[in-house]
Ligand binder design. Structure first.
Ligand code: SF4
Length: 376
């Protein structure tokens, strides 16, 4: 398959892994953050950690939008849907994310009208088919999904669909990276830059990371060879004492981004002064809200929301895992109280969450090896 098979070619992967070992200085410990949850998933799925020398540590970043959403926002969205007139719609990966009184799916089981949609445009169609109801779309995601929400809002306005609104939780990646670099307990040597987000924003917004923070960045694709090549790129820079932005994912990411998508976002959204991120706290100018000219389609303006700040369950260590301070299996609840079947934190729900990825690939693999070697 074009653009898949050649990025999983065992011989090339072995050569690239050898190149990484050649470049890594054995007297040094490298901490490389993969910003995107899609990379975290691929790293565990393909066992890439096993191809790296032990002095290269991959730190899982905050690029899983479901994982960084604080519980209070889920409660707020579900509070709107208590209104019997409202149909709550969201992507499938939101459905099992726990709020204080349960996930959207659990609310559905109790009688709330909750429906999975594959796109905001589907939610808009649902509103057109149900003129006597109000359809609210629970929007979530980085700049990757924000353009489709923006285009749907442009269409809702142009077509005069008034029984539709968006509960906007779109966040932006650059302020989160800045918060991580400002965090005193983090030490990162280089970044594997997010591939999906960069298809929209391009590579230019990362330039300050190289210029001001002296950290190399390689914007990366999601196949095994993509990620290994990106590690080679940042190691070469570190070896040469350089810091630049490199685009490993040129086949998809244009350096200047997608101008049409950026235009649609600028038309509909503006930056919030601040927004709370799970694990990272309040970050200024890190999220989007609808502009005043779209107030009619803004669920936060149309409906009363509790707006209460909710802390995670005490024993859950999602914040530390999100910041890369702890590995998933170091959380006290991992694999016991918190599993993909019974998630306590959002990192165990989304396939891009580091806890779910670790559980599904590393934990199950270890459990299988243990059971085989004990003859169980
Ligand atoms: S194991 Fe569960 S509670 Fe612990 S960090 Fe992961 S998602 Fe959060």
């Amino acid at each position: 398959m074009k653009f898949v098979d050649e990025f999983r070619e065992p011989e090339v992967i072995t050569r690239t892994s050898a190149e990484i070992r050649r470049l890594a200085d054995p007297s040094r410990h490298y901490r490389i953050m993969e910003v995107c949850g899609g990379h975290t998933h691929a790293i565990y799925r393909f066992g890439l950690k096993d191809l790296l020398p032990s002095n290269i540590e991959l730190i899982h970043g905050p690029g899983c939008p479901v994982c960084v959403l604080p519980m209070g926002r889920i409660d707020d969205g579900l509070a709107i849907a208590q209104n019997p007139e409202v149909i709550f719609t969201a992507f499938g990966d939101m459905m099992r994310v726990p709020g204080t009184l349960g996930s959207p799916l659990e609310h559905k089981a109790r009688g709330m009208d909750v429906r999975i949609v594959y796109s905001p445009a589907d939610a808009l169609k649902l509103a057109e088919k149900n003129p006597d109801r109000h359809v609210m779309f629970f929007a979530i995601g980085f700049e990757t999904t924000a353009p489709s929400t923006a285009l749907t809002l442009l269409r809702a306005k142009a077509q005069g669909v008034h029984n539709f609104s968006v509960f906007c939780n779109h966040v932006t990646i650059i302020p989160a990276i800045r918060a991580i670099l400002d965090s005193p307990d983090m030490r990162i040597d280089a970044f594997i830059g997010p591939g999906h987000v960069s298809t929209v924003i391009g590579c230019r917004p990362y330039e300050w990371i190289a210029k001001n923070e002296n950290k190399p960045v390689a914007v990366s694709g999601f196949e095994p060879l993509d990620i290994l090549q990106s590690i080679v790129m940042v190691l070469r820079q570190l070896k040469a004492d350089e810091a630049r932005i490199e685009n490993q994912y040129k086949r998809v990411v244009p350096w200047e981004g997608n101008r049409a998508a950026l235009r649609a976002m600028a038309e509909v959204f503006e930056l919030r002064p601040y927004f709370e991120w799970r694990g990272l706290g309040f970050i200024s100018q890190s999220a989007l809200r609808l502009r005043g000219s779209y107030a009619e389609w803004d669920a936060e303006r149309r409906f009363e929301i509790p707006g209460v700040r909710v802390t995670d369950p005490k024993a859950a260590q999602c914040g530390e895992v999100l910041k890369g301070v702890l590995k998933p299996h170091q959380c006290k609840l991992f694999g016991n109280e918190c599993t993909p079947e019974h998630p306590i934190g959002a990192l165990m729900v989304s396939s891009e969450g580091s806890c779910a990825a670790y559980f599904n690939y590393e934990h199950r693999k270890t459990a299988m090896v243990t059971s085989i070697s004990s003859g169980a």
